[in-house]
Unconditional design. Structure first.
Length: 278
């Protein structure tokens, strides 16, 4: 048992989320080298005090502003992982010879990716590297997820996603996700419906990618239950840039959001911020 009143200090990184066989998600808050198990803090007071400092998560240099979730401006302009093609994988420009870091690209983008359906605030389509499953879904606060197609590269996954976007959203409505009244969906039925109606587009892509490059998956639907005692009725967000001290009673955690009785805070937005948490 850890001591409840214990606090930690350091620069924030993304919360770690783990899921057990029952689909229950457990969160660990990370600041510098320190970790704090959060599930056991639910129902108790929690405060986050920003010191005013931000350190780049890549190079460690101090930065006045955080770019692309925790980077200094030079890293933001230089790193492949901060390029716009990461958000829009269908715009991958590796083959034009203009990848910012071809080695990084080879290691991260030329790897198997999955196209999935998820239910975070309703049906959505998304892509992720195989190694990011199921983390990606928990980061989005999805209550259900189903991988539907596997391909060999990030670019291909983006091209498949573009096709699905003709019929399905690719965004989460985070307010709706946090309110918690997200009705469950039959993702297998949605998959079958979409695969049927996008049949011709999929065969075109399949031909373009080559034999066996577009693989349909038939795995089970994954379910996630988040540690939430009470969902907020009205979603008000905290902003550390405007108010460096955030405190309240921790009511729940979903996605990368802490739900306090005083408002919600998206911790991912504050990656690299030096904070004291108690
Ligand atoms: Zn940097």
């Amino acid at each position: 048992m850890s001591v409840v009143a214990e606090g930690i200090h350091g620069c924030l990184t993304k919360m770690a989320a783990q899921v057990n066989a029952q689909g229950e998600v457990a969160y660990t808050l990370r600041a510098g080298d320190h970790e704090l198990s959060l599930n056991e803090r639910i129902g108790l007071p929690l405060s986050i005090q920003w010191t005013g400092a931000i350190a780049c998560t890549h190079c460690g240099r101090a930065t006045r502003k955080s770019f692309a979730q925790g980077h200094c401006y030079p890293c933001f302009k230089r790193l492949a992982q901060c390029d716009t093609c990461i958000v829009k994988p269908e715009t991958c420009h590796f083959f034009q010879g203009t990848c910012r870091e071809p080695e990084w690209g080879e290691k991260h983008c030329f790897q198997p990716h999955v196209v999935y359906l998820a239910n975070s605030s309703g049906l959505k389509v998304g892509i992720t590297r195989n190694t990011q499953v199921p983390t990606r879904w928990m980061d989005q606060g999805a209550i259900q997820a189903l991988p539907i197609i596997e391909v060999d590269t990030r670019l291909q996954s983006g091209q498949v996603e573009m096709l699905f976007k003709e019929q399905v959203a690719d965004r989460t409505n985070w307010r709706a996700m946090l309110k918690g009244q997200v009705p469950p969906l039959d993702l297998q039925e949605e998959r079958d419906r979409l695969l049927a109606s996008l049949e011709s587009g999929l065969s075109e892509l399949s031909e373009r990618f080559g034999e066996g490059a577009l693989r349909r998956l038939n795995g089970p639907v994954q379910h996630f239950t988040y540690p939430v005692e009470t969902f907020p009725q009205k979603v008000v967000s905290h902003n550390l840039d405007k108010q460096p001290l955030v405190s309240g009673t921790l009511m729940g955690i979903k996605g990368q959001y802490l739900m306090l009785d005083s408002g919600v805070i998206n911790l991912r937005k504050y990656t690299g911020y030096e904070v004291a948490i108690r």
